[in-house]
Design a protein around this ligand. Sequence first.
Ligand code: ASP
Ligand code: MG
Length: 419
Amino acid sequence: MALLVMKFGGTSVADLDRIRNAAAKVKAEVDRGYDVIVIVSAMSGKTNELVGWVEATSPLFDAREYDAVVSSGENVTAGLMSLTLQEMGVPARSWQGWQVPIQTTSAHSAARFVDIPRANIDQKFEEGMKVAVVAGFQGVSPEGRITTLGRGGSDTTAVAFAAAFGAERCDIYTDVDGVYTTDPRITSKARKLDRIAFEEMLELASLGAKVLQTRSVELAMRYKVKLRVLSSFEDATETSGTLVCDEEDIMESKAVSGVAYSRDEAKMTLVTVEDRPGIAAAIFGPLAEAGVNVDMIVQNISEKNYEGHTGAVTDMTFSCPTNQVARARKALEEAKAAGEIAYDDLIMDDDVAKVSVVGIGMRSHAGVAAKMFAALAAENVNIKVITTSEIKISVLIDRKYMELAVQALHDAFELDKAA
Ligand code: ASP
Ligand code: MG
Protein backbone atom coordinates (compact mmCIF):
# COMPACT_ATOMS: atom_id res chain seq x y z
CA MET A 1 0.00 0.00 0.00
CA ALA A 2 1.38 3.42 -0.97
CA LEU A 3 1.99 5.70 1.95
CA LEU A 4 2.25 9.46 2.28
CA VAL A 5 3.49 11.59 5.15
CA MET A 6 1.63 14.89 5.55
CA LYS A 7 2.89 17.44 8.06
CA PHE A 8 0.82 20.39 9.24
CA GLY A 9 2.55 23.34 10.87
CA GLY A 10 1.16 25.52 13.64
CA THR A 11 -0.75 27.98 11.45
CA SER A 12 -2.38 25.06 9.61
CA VAL A 13 -3.85 23.71 12.87
CA ALA A 14 -4.34 27.04 14.63
CA ASP A 15 -8.02 26.44 15.46
CA LEU A 16 -10.73 23.83 14.98
CA ASP A 17 -11.72 25.17 11.55
CA ARG A 18 -8.18 24.92 10.30
CA ILE A 19 -7.84 21.42 11.73
CA ARG A 20 -10.97 20.52 9.74
CA ASN A 21 -9.44 22.08 6.65
CA ALA A 22 -6.24 20.06 7.15
CA ALA A 23 -8.20 16.88 7.87
CA ALA A 24 -10.09 17.33 4.59
CA LYS A 25 -6.75 17.30 2.74
CA VAL A 26 -5.81 14.09 4.54
CA LYS A 27 -9.15 12.52 3.69
CA ALA A 28 -8.65 13.42 0.02
CA GLU A 29 -5.40 11.42 -0.03
CA VAL A 30 -7.05 8.49 1.75
CA ASP A 31 -9.83 8.59 -0.86
CA ARG A 32 -7.11 8.42 -3.53
CA GLY A 33 -5.95 5.16 -1.95
CA TYR A 34 -3.10 6.19 0.31
CA ASP A 35 -2.35 5.21 3.86
CA VAL A 36 -1.29 8.41 5.58
CA ILE A 37 0.93 9.32 8.49
CA VAL A 38 0.05 12.82 9.63
CA ILE A 39 2.57 14.76 11.71
CA VAL A 40 1.18 17.73 13.58
CA SER A 41 2.70 20.77 15.23
CA ALA A 42 1.16 22.55 18.17
CA MET A 43 -1.46 25.21 17.43
CA SER A 44 0.37 28.38 16.43
CA GLY A 45 1.68 30.35 19.40
CA LYS A 46 1.15 27.41 21.76
CA THR A 47 4.78 26.31 22.01
CA ASN A 48 5.89 29.89 22.72
CA GLU A 49 3.28 30.13 25.45
CA LEU A 50 4.42 26.86 27.02
CA VAL A 51 8.09 27.93 26.88
CA GLY A 52 7.08 31.20 28.55
CA TRP A 53 5.32 29.34 31.36
CA VAL A 54 8.38 27.19 31.99
CA GLU A 55 10.70 30.21 32.10
CA ALA A 56 8.36 32.14 34.37
CA THR A 57 8.19 29.20 36.77
CA SER A 58 11.86 28.33 36.83
CA PRO A 59 14.48 30.50 35.14
CA LEU A 60 17.15 27.80 35.37
CA PHE A 61 14.69 25.08 34.53
CA ASP A 62 15.30 21.33 34.56
CA ALA A 63 15.35 20.44 30.86
CA ARG A 64 13.42 17.21 31.48
CA GLU A 65 10.48 19.18 32.81
CA TYR A 66 10.81 21.75 30.02
CA ASP A 67 10.32 18.89 27.57
CA ALA A 68 7.42 17.50 29.59
CA VAL A 69 5.65 20.86 29.30
CA VAL A 70 6.51 22.07 25.79
CA SER A 71 5.81 18.72 24.13
CA SER A 72 2.20 18.90 25.27
CA GLY A 73 1.02 21.28 22.53
CA GLU A 74 1.45 18.59 19.90
CA ASN A 75 -0.47 16.05 21.99
CA VAL A 76 -3.55 18.26 21.84
CA THR A 77 -3.47 18.71 18.07
CA ALA A 78 -2.77 15.01 17.47
CA GLY A 79 -5.86 14.00 19.43
CA LEU A 80 -8.02 16.68 17.83
CA MET A 81 -6.86 15.79 14.33
CA SER A 82 -7.63 12.14 14.93
CA LEU A 83 -11.11 12.99 16.26
CA THR A 84 -11.77 15.30 13.31
CA LEU A 85 -10.83 12.54 10.85
CA GLN A 86 -13.03 10.05 12.70
CA GLU A 87 -15.93 12.52 12.41
CA MET A 88 -15.32 12.51 8.65
CA GLY A 89 -15.53 8.74 8.60
CA VAL A 90 -11.80 8.12 8.28
CA PRO A 91 -10.35 5.41 10.59
CA ALA A 92 -7.65 7.36 12.45
CA ARG A 93 -5.63 7.00 15.62
CA SER A 94 -3.32 9.43 17.43
CA TRP A 95 0.15 8.57 18.68
CA GLN A 96 2.32 10.40 21.16
CA GLY A 97 6.06 9.95 20.72
CA TRP A 98 6.46 7.34 23.46
CA GLN A 99 3.63 5.23 22.07
CA VAL A 100 5.31 4.67 18.71
CA PRO A 101 7.92 4.66 20.39
CA ILE A 102 10.04 7.39 18.77
CA GLN A 103 13.42 6.66 20.31
CA THR A 104 15.75 9.63 20.73
CA THR A 105 18.91 10.56 22.56
CA SER A 106 18.54 12.04 26.04
CA ALA A 107 19.71 15.51 24.97
CA HIS A 108 16.63 17.25 26.35
CA SER A 109 15.27 20.14 24.24
CA ALA A 110 17.70 19.18 21.44
CA ALA A 111 17.25 15.42 21.13
CA ARG A 112 18.09 13.44 18.01
CA PHE A 113 16.41 10.40 16.56
CA VAL A 114 17.86 7.00 17.37
CA ASP A 115 15.16 4.77 15.90
CA ILE A 116 11.53 4.76 14.82
CA PRO A 117 10.31 1.15 15.08
CA ARG A 118 7.43 0.55 12.65
CA ALA A 119 5.74 -2.43 14.29
CA ASN A 120 3.04 -0.68 16.36
CA ILE A 121 1.83 1.62 13.61
CA ASP A 122 2.11 -1.05 10.89
CA GLN A 123 -0.04 -3.38 12.94
CA LYS A 124 -2.81 -0.77 13.18
CA PHE A 125 -2.64 -0.15 9.44
CA GLU A 126 -3.07 -3.90 8.96
CA GLU A 127 -6.12 -3.81 11.24
CA GLY A 128 -7.75 -1.16 9.02
CA MET A 129 -6.52 2.18 10.37
CA LYS A 130 -6.05 4.55 7.44
CA VAL A 131 -4.38 7.46 9.19
CA ALA A 132 -1.83 7.53 12.00
CA VAL A 133 -1.67 11.01 13.51
CA VAL A 134 1.67 11.45 15.24
CA ALA A 135 2.59 14.29 17.58
CA GLY A 136 5.61 16.03 16.04
CA PHE A 137 8.63 17.47 17.82
CA GLN A 138 8.84 14.79 20.52
CA GLY A 139 10.22 11.39 21.41
CA VAL A 140 11.32 9.31 24.36
CA SER A 141 14.82 8.96 25.81
CA PRO A 142 16.52 5.68 26.77
CA GLU A 143 15.65 6.63 30.36
CA GLY A 144 11.98 6.67 29.41
CA ARG A 145 11.50 10.43 29.64
CA ILE A 146 9.79 12.65 27.07
CA THR A 147 12.22 14.58 24.87
CA THR A 148 11.82 17.36 22.31
CA LEU A 149 13.83 17.94 19.16
CA GLY A 150 14.43 21.69 19.15
CA ARG A 151 12.19 24.42 17.76
CA GLY A 152 10.72 23.63 14.39
CA GLY A 153 11.34 19.94 15.09
CA SER A 154 8.07 18.67 13.62
CA ASP A 155 9.54 19.08 10.15
CA THR A 156 12.27 16.67 11.17
CA THR A 157 9.74 14.25 12.65
CA ALA A 158 7.91 14.24 9.33
CA VAL A 159 11.01 13.48 7.29
CA ALA A 160 12.15 10.80 9.74
CA PHE A 161 8.78 9.04 9.43
CA ALA A 162 8.87 9.32 5.64
CA ALA A 163 12.29 7.64 5.69
CA ALA A 164 11.34 4.97 8.24
CA PHE A 165 8.08 4.03 6.46
CA GLY A 166 9.37 4.40 2.89
CA ALA A 167 6.77 7.06 2.08
CA GLU A 168 6.21 8.01 -1.54
CA ARG A 169 6.53 11.66 -0.54
CA CYS A 170 6.61 13.92 2.49
CA ASP A 171 4.29 16.92 2.12
CA ILE A 172 4.98 19.82 4.46
CA TYR A 173 1.86 21.99 4.69
CA THR A 174 2.55 25.51 5.90
CA ASP A 175 1.33 29.09 5.48
CA VAL A 176 3.43 29.89 2.42
CA ASP A 177 2.92 28.24 -0.94
CA GLY A 178 6.50 27.12 -1.41
CA VAL A 179 10.15 28.09 -1.39
CA TYR A 180 10.91 31.40 -3.06
CA THR A 181 13.93 32.77 -4.89
CA THR A 182 14.17 35.23 -2.03
CA ASP A 183 11.99 36.72 0.69
CA PRO A 184 8.88 38.13 -1.06
CA ARG A 185 8.75 40.84 1.63
CA ILE A 186 12.00 42.25 0.24
CA THR A 187 11.15 42.12 -3.42
CA SER A 188 7.82 41.55 -5.08
CA LYS A 189 9.75 39.97 -7.94
CA ALA A 190 10.52 36.92 -5.77
CA ARG A 191 9.30 33.84 -7.58
CA LYS A 192 8.15 30.50 -6.24
CA LEU A 193 10.51 27.71 -7.26
CA ASP A 194 8.96 24.52 -8.66
CA ARG A 195 11.98 22.49 -7.61
CA ILE A 196 15.04 23.04 -5.50
CA ALA A 197 17.92 20.66 -4.79
CA PHE A 198 18.48 19.37 -1.25
CA GLU A 199 21.87 21.05 -1.08
CA GLU A 200 20.46 24.40 -2.14
CA MET A 201 17.63 24.10 0.36
CA LEU A 202 20.14 23.26 3.05
CA GLU A 203 22.06 26.44 2.31
CA LEU A 204 18.87 28.49 2.18
CA ALA A 205 17.48 26.90 5.36
CA SER A 206 20.63 27.54 7.34
CA LEU A 207 20.96 31.02 5.87
CA GLY A 208 17.72 32.04 7.43
CA ALA A 209 14.91 31.09 5.05
CA LYS A 210 12.73 29.70 7.83
CA VAL A 211 10.47 27.38 5.83
CA LEU A 212 12.04 24.12 6.99
CA GLN A 213 14.11 23.10 9.98
CA THR A 214 17.67 22.60 8.70
CA ARG A 215 17.90 19.12 10.18
CA SER A 216 14.83 18.00 8.28
CA VAL A 217 16.56 18.87 5.02
CA GLU A 218 19.74 17.07 6.09
CA LEU A 219 17.72 13.95 6.85
CA ALA A 220 15.77 14.18 3.60
CA MET A 221 19.02 14.47 1.67
CA ARG A 222 20.57 11.50 3.44
CA TYR A 223 17.57 9.21 2.91
CA LYS A 224 16.49 10.72 -0.43
CA VAL A 225 13.03 11.58 0.84
CA LYS A 226 11.04 13.60 -1.68
CA LEU A 227 9.91 16.66 0.20
CA ARG A 228 7.21 19.03 -0.96
CA VAL A 229 6.49 22.37 0.72
CA LEU A 230 3.00 23.71 0.08
CA SER A 231 0.26 25.89 1.51
CA SER A 232 -2.58 24.39 3.49
CA PHE A 233 -4.76 27.34 2.48
CA GLU A 234 -4.89 26.46 -1.20
CA ASP A 235 -6.23 23.53 -3.15
CA ALA A 236 -3.23 21.41 -4.02
CA THR A 237 -2.60 20.27 -7.57
CA GLU A 238 0.21 18.12 -8.93
CA THR A 239 2.40 21.19 -9.43
CA SER A 240 1.60 23.01 -6.19
CA GLY A 241 4.34 24.05 -3.86
CA THR A 242 8.04 23.42 -4.19
CA LEU A 243 9.58 19.99 -4.52
CA VAL A 244 12.85 19.66 -2.59
CA CYS A 245 14.61 16.85 -4.39
CA ASP A 246 17.80 15.27 -5.60
CA GLU A 247 19.97 17.27 -7.94
CA GLU A 248 19.45 14.61 -10.59
CA ASP A 249 15.72 15.33 -10.63
CA ILE A 250 16.31 18.91 -11.71
CA MET A 251 16.58 19.18 -15.46
CA GLU A 252 18.35 22.46 -15.89
CA SER A 253 19.37 25.00 -13.37
CA LYS A 254 20.51 28.57 -13.53
CA ALA A 255 23.80 29.56 -11.96
CA VAL A 256 21.94 30.99 -8.99
CA SER A 257 18.66 29.68 -7.57
CA GLY A 258 18.12 32.01 -4.67
CA VAL A 259 19.31 34.97 -2.64
CA ALA A 260 19.36 34.55 1.12
CA TYR A 261 20.13 37.00 3.87
CA SER A 262 20.76 37.10 7.55
CA ARG A 263 20.16 40.44 9.18
CA ASP A 264 21.75 40.23 12.62
CA GLU A 265 25.37 39.57 11.95
CA ALA A 266 28.44 41.05 13.58
CA LYS A 267 31.99 41.22 12.32
CA MET A 268 34.96 41.03 14.68
CA THR A 269 38.58 41.52 13.72
CA LEU A 270 41.63 40.71 15.78
CA VAL A 271 44.30 43.07 14.55
CA THR A 272 47.89 41.84 14.31
CA VAL A 273 47.87 38.39 15.79
CA GLU A 274 51.01 36.32 15.41
CA ASP A 275 51.21 34.35 12.19
CA ARG A 276 52.26 30.93 13.51
CA PRO A 277 50.93 27.37 13.71
CA GLY A 278 48.23 27.04 16.34
CA ILE A 279 47.04 30.63 16.32
CA ALA A 280 43.64 29.87 14.76
CA ALA A 281 43.11 27.05 17.24
CA ALA A 282 44.05 29.38 20.10
CA ILE A 283 41.47 31.94 18.94
CA PHE A 284 38.56 29.73 17.94
CA GLY A 285 38.94 27.19 20.74
CA PRO A 286 37.88 29.65 23.46
CA LEU A 287 35.11 31.00 21.21
CA ALA A 288 33.72 27.51 20.75
CA GLU A 289 33.90 26.85 24.48
CA ALA A 290 31.97 30.07 25.07
CA GLY A 291 29.26 28.80 22.73
CA VAL A 292 29.83 31.42 20.02
CA ASN A 293 28.48 30.34 16.63
CA VAL A 294 31.23 31.52 14.36
CA ASP A 295 30.19 31.64 10.72
CA MET A 296 32.56 33.28 8.23
CA ILE A 297 36.30 33.25 8.94
CA VAL A 298 38.86 35.22 7.00
CA GLN A 299 42.57 35.36 7.70
CA ASN A 300 44.77 37.89 5.94
CA ILE A 301 48.35 37.00 5.40
CA SER A 302 50.44 40.05 5.97
CA GLU A 303 53.96 40.30 4.69
CA LYS A 304 54.47 43.69 6.24
CA ASN A 305 56.61 44.32 9.25
CA TYR A 306 54.58 46.03 11.90
CA GLU A 307 56.06 48.25 14.50
CA GLY A 308 56.50 46.41 17.73
CA HIS A 309 56.31 42.98 16.09
CA THR A 310 59.37 40.92 15.30
CA GLY A 311 57.75 37.93 13.58
CA ALA A 312 55.07 37.73 10.90
CA VAL A 313 51.60 38.98 11.84
CA THR A 314 48.15 38.63 10.36
CA ASP A 315 44.61 39.88 10.95
CA MET A 316 41.83 37.44 11.74
CA THR A 317 38.22 38.36 10.98
CA PHE A 318 35.14 36.34 11.81
CA SER A 319 31.40 36.81 11.97
CA CYS A 320 28.85 35.71 14.55
CA PRO A 321 25.26 36.64 15.51
CA THR A 322 25.00 40.13 17.03
CA ASN A 323 23.67 38.81 20.32
CA GLN A 324 26.87 36.78 20.82
CA VAL A 325 29.31 39.67 20.46
CA ALA A 326 29.60 40.31 24.19
CA ARG A 327 30.29 36.65 24.85
CA ALA A 328 32.86 36.48 22.04
CA ARG A 329 34.63 39.57 23.30
CA LYS A 330 34.82 38.24 26.83
CA ALA A 331 36.25 34.91 25.64
CA LEU A 332 38.91 36.66 23.56
CA GLU A 333 39.87 39.12 26.28
CA GLU A 334 40.20 36.29 28.78
CA ALA A 335 42.41 34.33 26.37
CA LYS A 336 44.52 37.44 25.90
CA ALA A 337 44.80 38.05 29.62
CA ALA A 338 45.84 34.41 30.11
CA GLY A 339 48.62 34.89 27.54
CA GLU A 340 47.13 32.34 25.11
CA ILE A 341 46.76 34.86 22.31
CA ALA A 342 48.08 38.35 21.62
CA TYR A 343 46.56 41.06 19.44
CA ASP A 344 46.87 44.83 19.20
CA ASP A 345 43.22 45.65 18.76
CA LEU A 346 39.78 44.06 18.63
CA ILE A 347 37.52 45.82 16.13
CA MET A 348 33.82 45.11 16.43
CA ASP A 349 31.19 46.00 13.88
CA ASP A 350 27.71 44.84 14.80
CA ASP A 351 25.96 46.77 12.03
CA VAL A 352 26.41 44.26 9.25
CA ALA A 353 24.22 41.80 7.40
CA LYS A 354 25.07 38.76 5.33
CA VAL A 355 23.74 38.35 1.82
CA SER A 356 24.35 35.16 -0.13
CA VAL A 357 23.64 33.79 -3.57
CA VAL A 358 23.07 30.04 -3.70
CA GLY A 359 22.90 27.62 -6.61
CA ILE A 360 24.13 24.19 -7.66
CA GLY A 361 24.51 25.71 -11.14
CA MET A 362 27.53 27.59 -9.81
CA ARG A 363 29.58 24.43 -10.21
CA SER A 364 29.25 24.67 -13.98
CA HIS A 365 28.77 28.39 -14.62
CA ALA A 366 31.79 30.71 -14.60
CA GLY A 367 31.75 34.32 -13.53
CA VAL A 368 29.12 34.14 -10.80
CA ALA A 369 31.25 35.93 -8.24
CA ALA A 370 32.24 38.65 -10.70
CA LYS A 371 28.61 39.24 -11.59
CA MET A 372 27.62 39.40 -7.93
CA PHE A 373 30.32 41.92 -7.07
CA ALA A 374 29.50 44.04 -10.13
CA ALA A 375 25.83 44.17 -9.14
CA LEU A 376 26.76 45.34 -5.63
CA ALA A 377 29.26 47.85 -7.02
CA ALA A 378 26.61 49.32 -9.30
CA GLU A 379 24.57 50.11 -6.18
CA ASN A 380 27.61 51.47 -4.38
CA VAL A 381 27.42 48.77 -1.72
CA ASN A 382 30.76 48.16 -0.07
CA ILE A 383 31.71 44.54 0.58
CA LYS A 384 33.38 43.96 3.94
CA VAL A 385 34.00 40.21 3.92
CA ILE A 386 33.63 37.58 1.21
CA THR A 387 33.45 33.82 1.62
CA THR A 388 32.60 31.12 -0.88
CA SER A 389 31.70 27.47 -1.00
CA GLU A 390 31.02 25.25 -3.97
CA ILE A 391 27.42 26.40 -4.29
CA LYS A 392 27.33 29.67 -2.34
CA ILE A 393 28.93 33.09 -2.26
CA SER A 394 28.34 35.21 0.83
CA VAL A 395 29.24 38.81 1.58
CA LEU A 396 29.01 40.94 4.68
CA ILE A 397 27.77 44.47 4.02
CA ASP A 398 26.40 47.37 6.06
CA ARG A 399 23.00 46.35 7.35
CA LYS A 400 21.29 49.45 5.97
CA TYR A 401 21.99 48.24 2.41
CA MET A 402 20.70 44.71 2.95
CA GLU A 403 17.34 45.08 1.16
CA LEU A 404 18.97 46.99 -1.68
CA ALA A 405 21.61 44.29 -2.11
CA VAL A 406 19.04 41.48 -2.15
CA GLN A 407 16.98 43.32 -4.78
CA ALA A 408 20.03 44.11 -6.91
CA LEU A 409 21.23 40.50 -6.85
CA HIS A 410 17.76 39.16 -7.58
CA ASP A 411 17.68 41.42 -10.66
CA ALA A 412 21.24 40.71 -11.74
CA PHE A 413 20.69 36.95 -11.80
CA GLU A 414 17.22 37.37 -13.34
CA LEU A 415 15.61 35.23 -10.67
CA ASP A 416 12.17 36.52 -11.58
CA LYS A 417 12.40 34.46 -14.75
CA ALA A 418 12.24 30.66 -14.81
CA ALA A 419 15.32 28.72 -15.94
N1 ASP B 1 5.74 23.31 17.98
C1 ASP B 1 7.16 23.25 17.90
C2 ASP B 1 7.76 24.63 17.69
O1 ASP B 1 7.08 25.59 17.55
C3 ASP B 1 7.66 22.31 16.87
C4 ASP B 1 7.16 22.59 15.48
O2 ASP B 1 6.12 23.19 15.29
O3 ASP B 1 7.82 22.19 14.53
O4 ASP B 1 8.96 24.76 17.67
MG1 MG C 1 8.04 25.33 11.24
